[in-house]
Design a protein around this ligand. Sequence first.
Ligand SMILES: Nc1nc2c(ncn2[C@@H]2O[C@H](COP(=O)(O)OP(=O)(O)OP(=O)(O)O)[C@@H](O)[C@H]2O)c(=O)[nH]1
Ligand SMILES: [Mg+2]
Length: 224
Amino acid sequence: MEIKIFKDVMIKNNAIGEDNRKLFNEQKVLVLNLTSSPGAGKTTLIESTLKLISNKVKAAVIEGDLYTSRDAERLEVFKIPLVQINTEGGCHLDARQIHHSIKELSLNELDILFIENVGNLVCPAEFDLGEHKRVLLYSVTEGDDKPAKYLNMFQAADLILINKIELAELCRIDLEYVEKEIHRINPTAEILRITALDERTLEDWIQWLNKNVQMRERPDESRN
Ligand SMILES: Nc1nc2c(ncn2[C@@H]2O[C@H](COP(=O)(O)OP(=O)(O)OP(=O)(O)O)[C@@H](O)[C@H]2O)c(=O)[nH]1
Ligand SMILES: [Mg+2]
């Protein structure tokens, strides 16, 4: 019985996710679902990215958080559209929440919509929000066993950003081993090494973003 209920929830979620994606494609806005464990650096990455691109690209952010709007407050300085979703204890965002929150945005005026998911390395894997790409931040401070332990999250990602790499040696992390582990679990994921706090390390990420923004014009090459 429990299994059936779960399946029904997923079927409904995925149908709304498809509707969201259809709308994003029509409005030609690139939508990224940023996932990670708590504190891996999602908001920091958004901050550094906005410093680099917000004068060239029109961005908006949907912030997912259990109870607070602290991350959204950090982003107010950029004067871009921000929508806060509080899950009130829920461990992930779902497609219905996104469907409601995008009513507050003028999608046709946007190039990129970042969705910061709730910090959690389990539940967000199951829930399609309608994004074009799923981006997983994986910080070296989490240890090198996380791809194997949190398989679903790593398998569901299109791009995996290994973050806080300036701490790799201190954390006794062999980055080549970590990359091999990720590829073993998800052979098609792209991987980049970054320090989200240091904009100088974000060149490849910004190139990846630009490439994907341009692909909005050719939706057949995006995720769906
Ligand atoms: N050393 C180092 N610290 C970083 C880096 N990126 C983020 N941090 C720090 O990690 C902490 C958490 O960063 P956040 O950006 O708030 O992480 P988050 O993933 O948004 O956290 P939640 O939204 O709570 O899940 C902060 O103290 C950041 O300054 C990095 O590249 N290097
Ligand atoms: Mg955050």
